[in-house]
Design a binder for this molecule. Structure first.
Ligand code: ZN
Length: 202
């Protein structure tokens, strides 16, 4: 069965975090699910990401990894992105091991890019760009190093996704209000009234 890579799946707001979010419920191992457990989802994610990340990348094509080794390398950098930014949210900065893992794995990915590919940080430019999904996710992560951007990264209390809060006063509480925000609202209503939400307004 194929998976619907809709707008909600790109609530991370930037490619690096969207890639990390291909695993849901990261802080609850018994509920955790990896959408890339089926490797067939990797190219589908890459195609959908190019559409949903235009505000970050402009006109872009993300080449998905093909070989087993290349898919394994993508998953390794995905996990490094997750560790780096999740630790940063919890601890308010970078720590040596997650940072060096991220840089080492990212360095290996950019090293494998064809010579013609421009590895400038993401920007919504007019010109068509093409690069590997892994290298693009790495560059997207590097762009978050700026402290004023780093402090906008948050963790959704419902699904544990990482997301970039672009709201003016950094007031977003959920990855996606229409999904996780509503679910939490319904749960609060249920525990208060002992019956499912929907009968009364909340
Ligand atoms: Zn969420």
């Amino acid at each position: 069965m194929t998976f619907d890579w809709n707008a909600h799946r790109f609530s991370g707001g930037v490619l690096a975090l969207d890639l990390a979010n291909t695993v849901i419920f990261r802080d609850a191992p018994e509920r955790s699910q990896d959408r890339f457990a089926d490797p067939g989802e990797v190219p589908r994610f890459a195609a959908a990401a190019a559409n949903h990340r235009r505000s970050e990348w402009g006109n872009v094509k993300f080449n998905p990894p093909i070989s087993h080794a290349a898919i394994a390398a993508l998953i390794e950098v995905r996990e490094a992105i997750n560790r780096l930014f999740r630790t940063a949210v919890h601890q308010g900065g970078f720590r040596p091991e997650p940072l060096s893992d991220f840089l080492r794995l990212g360095s290996e990915l950019v090293c494998d890019e064809p010579e013609r590919n421009n590895l400038i940080l993401p920007q919504p430019s007019e010109g068509r760009r093409e690069l590997s999904l892994g290298a693009a996710a790495f560059l997207s992560g590097v762009r978050l190093f700026e402290p004023t951007r780093l402090e906008r990264i948050k963790i959704c209390p419902n699904c544990h996704w990482l997301y970039f809060d672009e709201s003016r006063n950094r007031s977003r509480r959920w990855c996606d209000m229409s999904v996780c925000g509503n679910r939490a609202k319904a749960q609060r209503h249920y525990s208060r009234n002992g019956k499912p939400a929907g009968n009364n307004h909340v």
